[in-house]
Design a protein around this ligand. Structure first.
Ligand code: BES
Ligand code: MN
Ligand code: ZN
Length: 526
């Protein structure tokens, strides 16, 4: 989506759709110009009490004959401006795009001038995020990326539906199918819009990074394989001027990454370990390291999962997708700090060559692991990635992973779980999550839990039993982090699903891409 800013008076903006954020605590007369342009619907709705600027309030009107301003104006309540949050503005951005879809228009303007003279920068960034996130759709022909199919594909067929006189996106589609309109551009309008250029740019980059994560998540497992993720990483590196390094089985062997290799052993698809480096800080300065679980399909291995809902396990690479999306945005924005993204990627399938329950494997750290359950594979691939990253002398390591079903039981779908070895880092991530509207919540990581991982046959078991499953999983990870502040986000409940937010759709959510970006920018001091 293209974003612009404009200081033109809103009633003079020529647009098929002007969306207006209306504060409940401010005089509606400030919107008289716009109200007149649509025949006074706002003042009439306000007079009978239907519109008071509450968050659920909405009223729309059509441009009066002969006017060359907006063809349609939608007034959206945002509540009292003094208590508005970034999330409220993100929702307004999302509601604006949904309005454009409903009216089948490809561009819109969003007026935020009613929120007060000093619209905060974080609000502007959030509105931009809401617009760009809401405009995301997954519609790759045949479920694969565009370059995987021949030129044309389904799109050609659609055009042969020949309905003359409609816009390109509307051709051949039923009138009720609002999802088929691609909202391609938006203009943020306000008196101080020129100062909004930077926050708009940041919000745009954050949301495009997260949208990339969602696209990678949405791709089916037969398309988004480990080598596909590696190819995408190489493409991101090109686009965002990052350094890209890919390890295959031979390099993993040389590195002693037996834990990662043991998970990949059941599959025909080769594993990959993706490393993306952004050199935004001083040469040699300790990097921030982002690690994401890139398990492209988790059948459970020999400890096979039940069939019901197993198709969702294509999303088991959500952490990796979020890290790749974050690296794209970090590179594009040129954030002034060194950041390294790491994505260990594998499938987890049963086969005659697969690791079996009871097998004892090694790891890069030299720690031996008794594999009790081959479905606890995420911690195995992360163990080697975390140990690898520890050697770079990082300023901090943050990993994110769809790691445990227990996390969904503990926190449901509204918060990711947060665990780690450094209180300050945990505080930073809590704040970043709140700012991003991707909140997380701490769970304890006391030493007592480690006892559940004791094995009779190896240094550690890969599962700690049913009690405190999310905690014992993090406990396992902590064993492979050496000498660095580290935090872990379990995103099993939040990375995808029914989000019911106006700026998202059901399905992949890209979480915690923007949380990571907020944190990285905060650490960079920008
Ligand atoms: N990828 C799953 C965790 C998961 C479950 C993510 C549900 C999203 C939704 C992970 O690899 C897994 O299978 N974990 C097991 C661990 C258990 C065997 C100790 C789990 O949570 O059941
Ligand atoms: Mn599993
Ligand atoms: Zn998994």
């Amino acid at each position: 989506m293209r974003l612009e800013v404009s200081t033109t008076a809103p009633e003079e903006v020529a647009t098929p759709l002007m969306v207006v954020g209306v504060a409940s605590n401010r005089a509606f007369e400030e919107l008289d110009g716009l109200d007149h342009a649509v025949g006074g619907v706002l003042s009439r709705a306000a007079a009978v009490g239907d519109f008071r600027g509450r968050k659920s309030d909405r009223v729309m009107g059509y441009g009066v004959a002969g006017g060359d301003g907006p063809q349609r104006v939608v007034f959206l309540g945002v509540g009292a401006s003094e208590s508005a949050s970034a999330e409220d503005l993100r929702r307004v951005g999302g509601r604006a795009v949904r309005a454009a879809e409903r009216h089948r228009v490809e561009s819109l303007a969003l007026y935020l001038g009613h929120l007060g003279g000093n619209v905060e920068e974080r609000w502007v960034q959030a509105a931009a995020e809401g617009l760009v996130l809401a405009s995301w759709r997954f519609e790759e022909p045949g479920g694969g990326p565009a370059d995987d199919v021949g030129a044309g594909g389904r799109r050609v067929q659609r055009e042969s539906g020949t309905l003359v006189g409609e816009s390109a996106t509307a051709i051949g589609e039923s009138a009720g199918d609002q999802r088929k309109v691609q909202v391609a551009s938006a203009t943020l309008v306000g008196a101080s819009a020129r100062e909004w250029e930077e926050p708009v740019c940041i919000g745009h980059a954050f949301a495009e990074g997260e949208n990339l994560a969602r696209t990678l998540q949405a791709r089916p497992g037969n398309v988004a394989t480990p080598s596909h993720l590696a190819a995408e990483a190489a493409r991101i590196a090109e686009e965002a001027e990052l350094e890209c390094e890919i390890l295959g089985p031979a390099e993993m062997e040389a590195e002693g990454m037996d834990a990662l290799l043991s998970v990949a052993r059941g599959s025909q698809e080769e594993p990959r370990l993706i490393v993306l480096r952004h050199h935004g800080g001083e040469d040699g300065a300790a990097p921030l390291v982002l690690v994401g679980k890139g398990l492209t399909f988790d059948a459970g291995g020999i400890s096979l999962k039940p069939a019901r809902g197993m198709e969702k396990m294509k999303y088991d690479m959500s952490g990796g997708a979020a890290v790749l999306g974050a690296m794209l945005a970090i590179g594009r924005l040129g954030v002034p700090v060194n950041v390294t993204g790491v994505v260990p990627s594998s499938e987890n399938l049963p086969s005659g060559t697969a690791t079996k329950p009871g097998d004892v494997i090694s790891s890069r750290a030299g720690t031996s692991i008794e594999v009790i359950n081959t479905d606890a594979e995420g911690r195995l691939i992360l163990a080697d990635a975390l140990h690898y990253a520890s050697e770079w002398g990082p300023a901090a390591i943050v990993d994110c992973a769809t790691l445990t079903g227990a996390c969904v039981v503990a926190l449901g779908r509204h918060r990711s779980a947060l665990l780690g070895n450094d209180e300050e880092l945990l505080g930073e991530l809590r704040a970043a999550g709140d700012h991003a509207g991707e909140p997380c919540w701490p769970l304890p990581l006391d030493a007592e839990y480690r006892r559940q991982l004791r094995s009779d046959f190896a240094d550690l078991k890969n599962v700690g039993g049913r009690p405190a499953g999310t905690i014992t999983a993090a406990c396992f990870l902590s064993e492979f982090v050496e000498g660095a502040p580290w935090a872990h986000l379990d995103i099993a409940g939040t990375a995808y699903g029914k989000t019911r937010k106006p700026y998202l759709r059901d399905g992949p959510a890209g979480i915690p891409c923007r949380l990571l970006l907020e944190w990285v920018r905060a650490r960079a001091g920008v």
